[in-house]
Write a protein that binds this ligand. Structure first.
Ligand code: ARG
Length: 391
């Protein structure tokens, strides 16, 4: 019998995979990655066993997701196509990594995921598998099995004694972790349709958010968020806190058409309250402490970093090289940013840093001006030289 390790969520697809593979002569070990999706993991574990798994692991990966994935992407300023904080994309190499570790420990000879052939996640899982264990068999049953619809899967699940909680009509496809939530399909497939309010969980509707603005002070040290309103917190705790505060003001909703790696355009809705204020905050400290060239140069790298992450290339050399760059880049990204939250909006209203390059004496139009305006005349003459015709 071939032993395989499955990345298991407890959803309909990964639950059907278990009997489907068993019938084809496989023994299945299920691995559940707790990335903060908020499921009842005792139930999920029991479901894996009821579906036919021989063993089940449930790993708490939340801390690692924030510290070793999300905060690196934050330092890199990585927002895919300028909008998406990559919450789902970051969780995939993490789950795949642990899945491979378990496969090694269990001396398994195959790795299985439940992604479809149309999305990005299959790539993120399989690139990680191949980089870590190039010779292990990779199985993606959803891409090849006979079921043509959700209904057929439900009928199959019932025939195999797999507990079915899913209703035949599933309004949306949702992926959740502590760093954000993604919603697609159903009525959202019409790009002109406004998303119904019931898809949101992490954010209050802006129109129902408090009528009085809220304020938030986020402290950063070398590009890492370390405090909220003066209280030091561990990364995961800090993200949970910011999700609650920013989310209660309706901050962190994104509605976008994005370009998947396989070429399809898809309409996605995201909620990421913490990610939104963190990206806003870190950029603000950067603008205070870094010189113009560094800031401009970084922009191109941020885009590249977001693309690598989105496209499943988290474990590649260039991504690691860019992390080294960003560690140097953030040497002085220490300080506090003050953010005002009001009905779906987050606005920076103040920033300070011991490494600030801002000089009031240079900037002022009032008394105490240190800038020698008489130098401007010569500067502008030289600035123009390359564009003039000279005899
Ligand atoms: N489009 C996003 C990505 O590829 C999120 C996909 C998450 N899945 C979902 N069911 N909405 O990272």
């Amino acid at each position: 019998m071939k032993k395989v390790v499955l990345a298991y969520s407890g959803g309909l697809d990964t639950s059907c995979i278990i009997p489907w593979l068993k019938d084809r002569g496989y023994e299945i070990i299920a691995v559940i990655g707790d990335v903060g999706q908020g499921d009842n993991f005792d139930e999920v574990k029991a479901k894996a066993i009821k579906s036919g798994a021989c063993k089940v692991y449930c790993l708490d990966l939340q801390k690692e997701l924030i510290e070793d994935y999300a905060f690196l992407a934050l330092k890199a300023g990585a927002l895919y196509e300028g909008k998406y904080n990559l919450a789902c994309a970051l969780s995939r190499p993490l789950i795949a990594y642990h899945q491979v570790l378990i496969a090694r420990k269990e001396k398994a000879n195959g790795l299985v995921h439940g992604c479809t052939g149309k999305g990005n996640d299959q790539v993120r899982f399989e690139v990680t598998y191949r980089l870590m264990e190039p010779d292990m068999e990779v199985l993606a049953p959803v891409r090849v099995w006979e079921f043509k619809s959700r209904d057929e899967e439900i009928d199959y699940a019932k025939s195999k004694g797999v507990p079915v909680s899913a209703s035949k009509k599933k309004p949306y496809s949702i992926d959740t972790n502590v760093y954000g939530r993604a919603m697609e399909s159903g009525v959202l497939e019409d790009p002109m349709a406004e998303p119904p309010e019931d898809i949101f969980y992490m954010t209050t509707a802006p129109e129902k958010a408090p009528a009085k603005p809220g304020y938030l002070e986020i402290g950063f040290e070398k590009g890492v968020p370390v405090s909220v309103d003066g209280v030091r917190m561990k990364p995961l705790q800090l993200v949970l806190k910011l999700n609650a505060i920013a989310g209660s003001h309706g901050v962190g909703r994104v509605d976008m058409i994005e370009n998947r790696l396989v070429g399809i355009k898809s309409r996605e809705l995201y909620e990421n309250p913490a990610g939104t204020v963190l990206h806003l905050g870190i950029r603000e400290i950067e603008s205070l402490v870094l010189d113009r060239d560094s800031l401009r140069f970084k922009e191109a790298l941020s885009q590249k970093y977001a693309e690598l992450t989105y496209n499943g290339l988290w474990m590649t050399p260039l991504k690691a090289q860019m992390d080294a760059f960003f560690n140097k880049y953030h040497e002085n990204t220490t300080g506090v940013v003050r953010i005002k939250l009001f009905k779906g909006h987050a606005m920076v209203v103040g920033r300070k840093s011991p490494h600030s390059r801002y000089s009031e004496k240079m900037a002022t139009y009032g008394k105490g001006d240190k800038f020698d305006q008489s130098l401007a005349d010569g500067f502008i003459k030289l600035w123009t030289v390359p564009f003039q015709r000279h005899q």
